[in-house]
Ligand binder design. Structure first.
Ligand code: ADP
Ligand code: MG
Ligand code: MG
Length: 883
């Protein structure tokens, strides 16, 4: 088996090989080389080697040495330089590259192959002493940090001191001799901290770096990132070794990053940043403030420093051609890294660019309109979960803003929360239910967990392509980066800006779309759902087969749901309606009544209230189906707790407080979720369901008369396990309907059906369908009862279960397709066998989860029902499932 694949210089060993094998970076480097773009030669050690490395106790097989030597020989042949040659050395970069881009992996090591001899050779061959020593000091610093794992602060400090001593502000001001001194200091630092001399043998350097890349696959940082992004540990990473090209060879050299379209807005304009006389990560790390790529961007920002378009017009024109070639080739927006060495352009990376949800929509719609992709592809391109970002409020443009600072609009959306200055605190406070804003001078992969926990991120340094900006956009967190006027003292927990102070715990608001940082809380407004969003959702609706309904129980929820495109209500829970302050006493009176007569007195008080609830909902949903679930929770959830509450019920009923308390104690249950709830309430106290059914039909007729458009009530009986239960409850509902229809002299269409949320119901679905006119899979309870896992107690152990691969994802978030899914499939089959065309839907949390929706499509359900804000997500996911 072969593990090393060469690229560049007219060779592409990896032609046709997958990203899975070569990693994203390696595969795209090979691809760029094969379509004739200028890529420095190199080779990729495949992900299969990473897997083997771990299988064999973190050792390389001997055969790899020969393969790597061949790879180096290839680079030597193309460049005409030799690795370790004291006269004119070949230098390489060692770059990690998993299938998907993964912060948390080893950082790149540049300028590998430099030592005390080769640095002299590099200086002579390039005719530039300063460049050679700058490269060497960078190499030691990176290698010490990334490969040797030494603390990087010492190195940064030495560099700062070297500049300060001479009154410099920029690295580029240091002379060759000064850099040479710095190299000596660096070497001494390595000796002190590592206990050995900096490795001078270039082969040792190379193997040290390759080992470090593979080693970083199992680093804590990488593990955290994988967990957050559902990346399996089995994928492994590849290693890329590539000839160095130099952006730090003076003023005709540069390095930069770019997007073929604006990753923030999606606008069809090149977007990027570059630095003259700089190397690699300088741009991303925010060491100097980068310059704009295009003149238009520079002018829009009112910046002085020349754009690349102005400073290097010829190279810029070449780069713009490359952008067009890449977009046509990949048919997607690309995120690009390039370097210019003495006016010669080199491409170092391309990949599909991360983008905000807004940009994803715009780019997909634009590219379909440009004919670059089809409408179906456009629909497939947008991650349904990412829509979440767009469906939430933004800052009210008319609200007063106390703007205290302004940075770059790095990731859009508004966020409000309490200031914290480190990732651990952010995580802790968020776990306590607080909204936090994470404030850092700049972020690094070590901050990922805090960024994830935060509502928004603010940094003092770094551009639009800084770590903070890229990661925040990926996570959908609003972010303001590079707010240069703020100064942060993380130790004390304070941020100072323009004579003002923000302390840990103070409330801040960020506007990631404008870059504004505001003191206090600023009012928000609902999002705009027209434009690209509307267009793409329209295309999605043409593709999808599944209908999408909402779980909604208030007129307002129903309205939001309809605005988001819901085609009905899939679950209207009725229990919350009973908690209303004005009604709870009557509810308690009903529960605590000792006989049917007592219950009927209380229910009579609730009837008009309940009828009003349903009328309001039917009004909003006129003409659409509304599934109403009759009372479900254990009654004791409504019981009074405090003396005063008991007294109130006593007053209403004429019973004594003691008698009521005794009755309440009788209602205690050991396992209420499996106790007296669901249709068991209806079986024992049919008058409750009778009242609810009556309220539904009276409301339906009222709305039909008022609007001329009859709603379509679907009365749903919860927690059914047997045919007989449903038969009894359906009789109660039908009787109430008949009575109301006679009284009012008119009828409305309605259905009576059941939830399938017990394994027995799924198994006996064939019989149950003889009575039930529809099934709605209540996958929350069905998951709970099938797994025997209490969803209220699962948090204690489910994390460990997911971590150890027992369940791939939290089964309450994403349907356990293998287990619970099998019951759903079976129930659907058996239900249809009895009643062809029986209406089937799902109304658990899973109804809004894209992976679960894919399953619902496969089983051929008729609809999914999701919470109102997830309705668009479900519409898009349903379309993707149908493609
Ligand atoms: P990351 O995955 O963090 O982006 P990369 O491997 O892309 O890491 O390396 C980061 C940067 O280092 C690149 O953007 C590029 O500027 C620089 N770099 C990497 N390899 C080379 C090379 N062979 N020559 C010059 N610069 C390089
Ligand atoms: Mg990196
Ligand atoms: Mg890169």
């Amino acid at each position: 088996e072969r593990y090393v694949f060469r690229f560049g210089g007219g060779r592409t060993d990896g032609q046709g090989r997958s990203k899975e094998l070569l990693g994203g970076k390696g595969a795209n480097l090979a691809e760029m080389a094969s379509i004739g773009l200028p890529v420095p030669p190199g080779f990729t050690v495949s992900t299969a080697m990473c897997t083997r490395f771990y299988d064999e106790g973190e050792h390389f097989p001997d055969s790899l040495r020969a393969e790597v030597a061949d790879g180096i020989a290839h680079i030597e042949a193309v460049t005409g330089k030799r690795f370790g040659d004291a006269a004119d050395p070949l230098l390489v970069s060692v770059r990690s590259g998993a299938r998907v881009s993964m912060p948390g992996m080893m950082d790149t090591v540049l300028n590998l192959g430099l030592n005390d001899q080769t640095v002299e050779g590099l200086a002579r061959a390039s005719g530039d002493d300063r460049f050679a020593w700058d490269s060497y000091r960078r190499f030691i610093q990176m290698y010490a940090d990334v490969v040797l794992g030494l603390d990087h602060h010492g190195f940064e400090e030495a560099l700062e001191v070297a500049k300060e001593d001479r009154g410099f502000t920029l690295d580029t001001e240091l002379s060759a001799a000064e850099l040479r001194e710095l190299v000596d200091e660096y070497k001494a630092l390595v000796r002190n901290e590592w206990g050995r001399d900096f490795p001078q043998n270039v082969q040792d350097q190379l193997w040290g770096a390759i080992g470090a890349v593979f080693g970083s696959w199992q680093s804590e940082r990488a593990k955290v990132y994988r967990r957050l992004h559902d990346i399996p540990a089995s994928w492994g990473t590849a290693v890329n070794v590539q000839a160095m090209v130099f952006g730090n060879m003076g003023d005709t050299s540069a390095t930069g990053v770019a997007f073929t379209r604006d990753p923030s807005t999606g606008a069809n304009a090149f977007y990027g940043e570059f630095l003259i006389n700089a190397q690699g990560e300088d741009v991303v790390a925010g060491i100097r403030t980068p310059q704009y790529l295009t003149r238009a961007a520079r002018e829009a920002a009112g910046a002085k420093a020349a754009s690349m378009e102005e400073a290097m017009p010829a190279v810029y024109a070449e780069l713009a051609d490359v952008f067009r070639t890449l977009e046509t080739h990949y048919r997607d927006m690309q995120d690009i890294e390039f370097t210019v060495e003495r006016a010669k352009l080199w491409m170092l990376q391309t990949r599909s660019g991360k983008r905000t949800a807004k940009a994803a929509l715009k780019i997909a719609v634009d590219m379909a309109n440009e004919g670059l992709i089809t409408r179906e592809e456009a629909v497939a391109r947008v991650d349904p979960n990412a829509l979440d970002q767009l469906l939430h409020p933004t800052l009210d443009p008319n609200a007063r803003r106390d703007v205290i600072a302004k940075g770059l609009p790095a990731s859009p959306g508004a966020a409000c929360g309490q200031a914290v200055f480190d990732a651990d605190t952010a995580e802790r406070w968020a776990a306590d239910g607080k909204a936090v804003i994470l404030i850092r001078t700049e972020t690094s992969p070590e901050d990922i967990h805090g960024m994830h926990a935060a509502r928004g991120i603010l940094t003092a340094r770094g551009g639009m392509t800084s770590h903070a900006a890229v990661v925040a956009r990926g996570m959908g967190r609003p972010c303001v980066s590079g707010a240069g006027t703020i100064s942060i003292d993380a130790k004390v927990g304070v941020m100072r800006v323009g004579g003002r102070e923000v302390r840990q715990g103070d409330t801040l608001t960020l506007d990631g779309s404008t870059g504004e940082v505001m003191a206090g809380e600023v009012a928000t407004v609902q999002p705009e759902l027209a434009g690209d969003f509307g267009v793409l959702m329209g295309w999605a609706d043409q593709v999808r087969r599944l209908r999408v309904r909402a779980n909604a129980e208030t007129p307002n929820d129903c309205k939001v749901a309809r605005d988001f495109g819901a085609e009905g209500v899939g679950l209207c829970r009725t229990e919350h309606m009973f908690f209303d302050a004005a009604r709870i006493t009557a509810v308690r009176e009903m529960i605590l009544a000792s006989d049917e007569a007592g219950r009927r007195v209380a229910l009579a008080k609730l009837l008009p209230e309940q009828q009003g609830d349903f009328a309001e909902i039917f009004l909003v949903m006129a003409g659409l189906p509304v599934t109403i679930r009759l009372l479900d929770p254990p009654l004791h959830e409504f019981l009074p707790h405090e003396e005063a509450e008991f007294e109130e019920v006593a007053k209403a009923t004429g019973l004594s407080v003691e008698a009521l308390q005794r009755r309440a104690a009788e209602l205690h249950e050991f396992n209420p979720m499996l106790g007296h709830r669901g249709c068991r309430l209806g079986v024992t106290y049919p008058e409750i369901y009778e009242m609810q059914a009556r309220a539904i039909f009276e409301a339906a007729i009222e709305v039909a008369e008022k609007t001329g458009r009859a709603p379509i009530p679907e009365v749903m009986i919860p927690l059914v396990g047997t045919r007989r239960e449903l038969e009894l409850m359906k009789a109660v509902v039908d009787k109430a309907a008949a009575a109301v229809f006679t009284e009012r002299g008119r009828t409305v269409d309605y259905l009576v059906g059941t939830m399938i949320e017990l394994p027995r119901a799924a198994l006996k679905a064939g019989e149950i369908a003889e009575v039930g006119e529809f099934f709605s899979f209540g996958t929350n309870d069905l998951t709970q009862t099938t797994l025997g896992v209490s969803r209220d107690d699962a948090a204690r152990f489910l994390g460990a279960y997911v971590e150890q691969g027992i369940y791939a994802r939290d089964p309450f978030v994403s349907l356990d397709v293998e287990g619970v899914g099998e019951l759903v499939t079976l129930a659907a089959e058996r239900g249809r066998a009895t009643r062809p065309g029986i209406k089937l839907g799902i109304c658990g949390e899973h109804g809004g989860d894209p992976a679960s929706i894919t399953f619902c499509e496969a089983v051929g359900l008729d609809y999914v029902s999701a919470s109102p804000y997830r309705v668009p997500i479900a519409r898009l996911a349903a379309a993707q499932a149908a493609l």
